[in-house]
Design a protein around this ligand. Sequence first.
Ligand SMILES: OC[C@H]1O[C@@](CO)(OC[C@@]2(O[C@H]3O[C@H](CO)[C@@H](O)[C@H](O)[C@H]3O)O[C@H](CO)[C@@H](O)[C@@H]2O)[C@@H](O)[C@@H]1O
Length: 569
Amino acid sequence: MPEHIKMEIPSQDVSRIIGNGHSGRKVYGTAIRLVLASAIAGSVPLFTAHAQTTVTPVPGFPAPTTHSQQAYSPFDTFTSRWTRADARQIKARSNPNVAVGANSMPTSVTMPDIPANFPQTNPDVWLWDTWTLIDAHANQFSYNGWEVIFSLTADPNAGYTFDDRHVHARISYFYRRAGIPASARPRNGGWIYGGHLFPDGASVKVFGSTTLTNNAEWSGSTRLLKTDGNEVVVFYTALGFNRTADGTNITPPVAIISKANGTIHADLNHVWFTGFNNHTGLLQPDGTYYQTGQQNEFYSFRDPFTFEDPQHPGQTFMVFEGNTAGERGAKDCTAADLGYQAGDPYAEDLDTVLNSGATYQKANIGLAVSTDSSLTRWRFLPPLISANCVNDQTERPQIYIKDGKYYLFTISHRTTFAAGMDGPDGVYGFVGNGLRSDFEPLNWGSGLALGNPTDLNTAAGSDFDPDPQQNPRAFQAYSHYVMPNGLVESFIDTVEGRRGGALAPTVKIQISDATTQIDLSYGQNGLGGYGNIPANRYDLDFQGFVLDLLQSRTSSNANISLASFVQQQ
Ligand SMILES: OC[C@H]1O[C@@](CO)(OC[C@@]2(O[C@H]3O[C@H](CO)[C@@H](O)[C@H](O)[C@H]3O)O[C@H](CO)[C@@H](O)[C@@H]2O)[C@@H](O)[C@@H]1O
């Protein structure tokens, strides 16, 4: 059983569990159902196990905020906070005495150096945000013996720059034979480019009759609707750009969380998709919980990730990137957003923070619940986490369940931290006892799970760009996605000035309670294969496929032994 779906219940909690079961034909682990009717309304904790890890403050820095990890009903109004006191633990734990330009971050949360001679995944496309074919519990499925991934892609030969690729992004898919050890793959991971996922002109239909000069497809997730079937649904962000009335300027983008249904097909030689002709807009921000484009032209609203919560069987939830609703820059961060403990000598003064410019950075991680079986209608719920006056972007959020704990991972940038805050580009994580919890930021209460190697001992503000000469890997990788067994994939952005657009080496983190630690015994000094993104569940036809493959001898991979396939199951 993959560790990320294994649900183990500490003995002291067992008496509180009044139902459990298995979902479907395959056993996904002990699905826990907590039914406490009184907890449905109001901010009532569901249970109180696992109090916060004790963190000893670093001299010269504040203590992190106390977060109990308590679970609340997903329908509750409680929103956890990633506070300034929490985020300041990143600098507190970085070494201020190393020379400028050297890596000052703790090794346990630092991605090892990616070599500058990295291979391109495919010379004909830039690829960045990447996700896998998953079921409702984030298991990664192979299909008819193929592993399949989805990436944002752009054309390197179209005349625009690498940094302009976002407004040209299309979702594409790649595939490769399942079950081959990383050591037997080509250096670039061996992913075969399948082309754009959606037919040309299909995703723009989400915008109806609106006149658009440009549209793009931004991140999301792809669900195999039934693990023994071939229907898939893609949740993604449709992005549209309009010209202003005088026809000259492009107005801020309009983002609509959308979906499209299609069908996956495969034979011995390739994988392809049909469908995806009908695209349905699902959600636009409400201005109450989630900031709208009218409230802030630089709003974030994107990156849907859907899942079923074992504690609430039959319900499908979605986490996504949002911003706290309200007018841009409103000076309304509170003492709770700062999160200092009473009398902390290193606490900041609220008025000083409110006047520092930090109020322009107010990310949140949103939650919605589907209200119909076709996953077409959705209702907003209050955000799971806010980062008011801390950071402006909590991107590509995902829920990851391990050992009964709920981990909320999200990616963020150094440049989107608020004034007075600093941290690397990378993946940040929070742990609680349920989908909605008083989430404790991982690793010394900081939230940093895995960041790019960089120095944090130079003066930094929200507009600080580390010097590429001194910090050649500060932007080496981004868009990390945590996979089963703690494997983390990402894409290469810039290494020693060389731009990427390629899959990064996969790394592995050990996740335990409120701590993560990079596994330096994985791969070579912690770096696994480029784009090593394995399935952890093999489809029902897998065995038949292997036998066909071995017997047919038509494939270039026909020399793969059955043992090497079976070993991976
Ligand atoms: O392409 C849009 C999708 O990418 C995401 C996450 O990677 O948003 C990234 C973002 O751009 C920043 O990240 C880039 C690395 O991918 C970096 O090269 C760039 O300098 C950054 O601005 O894209 C938008 C538009 O630029 C920006 O607001 C984000 O931070 C994901 O959230 C999108 O779906």
